[in-house]
Design a protein around this ligand. Structure first.
Ligand code: SIN
Ligand code: FE2
Length: 214
């Protein structure tokens, strides 16, 4: 009986190496503690669906916190110190976000990570992010730290060439992926989010990606 009931407990944090400089840290983040901070950021800088340079409206809604925020429009992708919707600086990066990003980076082998940008993604069922590289950052020597909150998603983890067939990794609330060094420019994406009802976020998945953009 004891063994059976322990099956329902959350599993302890564990690490799954994904390649040289890349690791999935399962259960590393306290998603319930992060969610109210996401809501505070979104109250100051609302989620919006950005338009790509090619004219497509992204299915994922985005906002940012920190000194720089990632934006896209018909002119291209870039980091900007102000929210183009409000003309105001992005809301500051909450201390708990920074602390999590730094400790996850250190656990992934990057002890000197000092993020200046946090892109906040919001997925509703049907939203997806096609395979891409994160390459708009000024410092490609720094890793990316990606934190999942709410509904589970399938993360697509490819290779250094777009044509490399991606692995499909289920990311749960609290999972953190760190990639840098030789894996910094790995193609990655998120498969279409299935319907679901999560105790924390109902019909949404949120994702934080921390970057060194300047
Ligand atoms: C991203 O690639 O910027 C986000 C990845 C994710 O939502 O897990
Ligand atoms: Fe990305």
């Amino acid at each position: 009986m004891a063994a059976q009931s322990s099956l329902s407990l959350p599993s302890p944090p564990s690490r799954l190496p994904l390649g040289d400089g890349a690791v999935l840290l399962r259960g590393f983040a306290d998603a319930a503690a992060l969610l109210p901070l996401v809501q505070e950021v979104a109250a100051a800088a609302p989620f919006r669906h950005l338009v790509t340079p090619g004219g497509h409206t992204m299915s994922v809604a985005m906002t940012n916190c920190g000194q720089l925020g990632w934006v896209s429009d018909r002119r291209g992708y870039r980091y900007a110190p102000q929210d183009p919707e409000t003309g105001r600086p992005w809301p500051p990066m909450p201390a708990a976000f920074r602390a999590l990003a730094e400790s996850a980076a250190a656990a992934g082998g990057f002890p000197d990570f000092a993020p200046d940008a946090c892109l906040v993604n919001r997925y509703q069922p049907g939203a997806r992010l096609t395979l891409h590289q994160d390459r708009d950052e000024g410092d490609l020597g720094a890793p990316i730290v990606s934190v999942s909150i709410g509904l589970p998603a399938v993360f697509l983890w490819g290779g250094l060439r777009r044509a490399d067939r991606p692995r499909r990794l289920r990311l749960e609330s609290g999972d953190v992926v760190v990639w840098g060094g030789p894996s910094r420019l790995v193609f990655h994406g998120v498969d279409k989010l299935p319907d679901g009802d999560h105790p924390l976020t109902a019909g949404y998945r949120f994702n934080l990606t921390f970057r060194r953009a300047a």
